[in-house]
Ligand binder design. Structure first.
Ligand SMILES: NC(=O)c1ccc[n+]([C@@H]2O[C@H](COP(=O)([O-])OP(=O)(O)OC[C@H]3O[C@@H](n4cnc5c(N)ncnc54)[C@H](OP(=O)(O)O)[C@@H]3O)[C@@H](O)[C@H]2O)c1
Length: 328
């Protein structure tokens, strides 16, 4: 069993990842750390965890922990990933791991130097829905892919939420712009060559709140929009010469009800609905990462993929300040 420590009492940990770690067959949670010991103790009591620490440093010093899960504000992901690696802990770090593609060099170096596994927590890439999309595309179910369409929006005006605080790595692109790009790259195995973008910023928060993006993958195009200040919506559509695949609630379906994947052929004479009532994507994620820690063969999110994800986001920001295409 891989023994995990959790850095912070973050909502994503409480709601999804700690329960997933506790349900998983190859790991358990040994400790939680918070900047406030009382919060750490309250979370340890709630989940029946043996140890609570009043600082992240104390947790990293514990010999009873093999791996850490890092759901800190985005601006602290690189810093604490490096500190955890230096302490000899394997790291499952929340998305986005980076805020600039160039930061990957430090992460790669730390993983190699301290002999630890570091992976970004893109739960979607462990989801049976996305494995099915990848399988259908590889089997040529929709012929030649020509266009991917995506949307991810929610409405959050809370000035205290990290998504609306620039210094904590807030902004729509780091929070959700990463999903249409990551899932398209995951499902197709292709990388974009250039992007165009129109982005709007909140005048008070200073964070990006809306982006409409075109990404040129050579054989096909991805167009998507995201927003942190629009009515909630999620959808991904893959459009090929011989059919379409629509993924409804494609990113965090567990919170949105059933995840549905609909395949329809070219003349609509055949349609299949694949239903994923509970995809357990967070559990699959931590089980896969724990296998990797134990040296078992398994596919996890690679550092190269994290680097490529951030290259797209960096290019979208650059494209947002000019007309026309921006190369990656
Ligand atoms: N994969 C997914 O499905 C998913 C979903 C949601 C979020 N996320 C990612 O997970 C990360 C955390 O998101 P969240 O919404 O769960 O965050 P959150 O509830 O705001 O928690 C962040 C935690 O970081 C700690 N922290 C340290 N310094 C802080 C500071 N200066 N200000 C505020 N908090 C600070 C706090 O814990 P202590 O006070 O206990 O130290 C806080 O509870 C983000 O990077 C986000 O992108 C991923």
């Amino acid at each position: 069993m891989v023994r995990y420590g959790i850095l912070s009492t973050a909502k994503i940990g409480r709601d999804h990842v700690v329960p997933a770690l506790q349900a998983a067959e190859n790991c358990h949670v040994t400790a939680v750390a918070s900047r406030d010991l009382a919060k750490a103790k309250a979370m340890a009591d709630r989940f029946g965890l043996p140890h609570a620490f009043g600082s992240y440093e104390e947790l990293l010093a514990s010999p009873e922990i093999d791996a850490v899960y890092i759901p800190l504000p985005t601006s602290q992901h690189v810093e604490w990933t490096l500190k955890a690696a230096q302490a000899g802990k394997h790291v499952l770090c929340e998305k986005p791991m980076l805020l600039k593609a160039s930061e990957i060099a430090l992460i790669r170096e730390a993983a190699a130097k301290h002999h630890v596994i570091i992976s970004e927590a893109y739960m979607v890439t462990y989801s049976p829905v996305w494995l099915k999309v990848r399988e259908l595309l590889a089997a040529g179910a929709i012929g030649s892919l020509r266009h991917v369409q995506g949307v991810f929006t929610y409405k959050n005006h809370d000035p205290h939420n990290m998504r609306n605080i620039k210094s904590l790595g807030g902004g729509g692109l780091p929070d959700i712009g990463v999903y249409p790009t990551t899932t398209t790259r995951f499902a197709t195995g292709k990388e974009p060559k250039r992007v165009q973008a129109n982005t709007q910023w909140d005048p008070t928060f200073g964070t990006d709140i809306y982006s409409s993006v075109r990404a040129d993958f050579g054989d096909f195009e991805l167009s998507f929009y995201i927003s942190t200040q629009l009515a909630a919506r999620q959808l991904m559509v893959f459009h090929g010469t011989e059919g379409t695949i629509e993924v409804k609630s494609p990113f965090n379906g567990n919170g949105w009800g059933e995840e549905l994947l609909e395949f329809t052929n070219a003349d609509h004479s055949r349609s299949e609905m694949h239903r994923f009532p509970t995809s357990h994507q967070y559990r699959r994620q931590v089980e896969a990462f724990s296998k990797a820690v134990k040296g078992e063969p398994v596919e996890i999110v690679s550092l190269e993929s994290s680097w490529n994800t951030q290259k797209v986001i960096d290019a979208i920001y650059r494209a947002s300040t000019k007309d026309g295409w921006e190369p990656l």
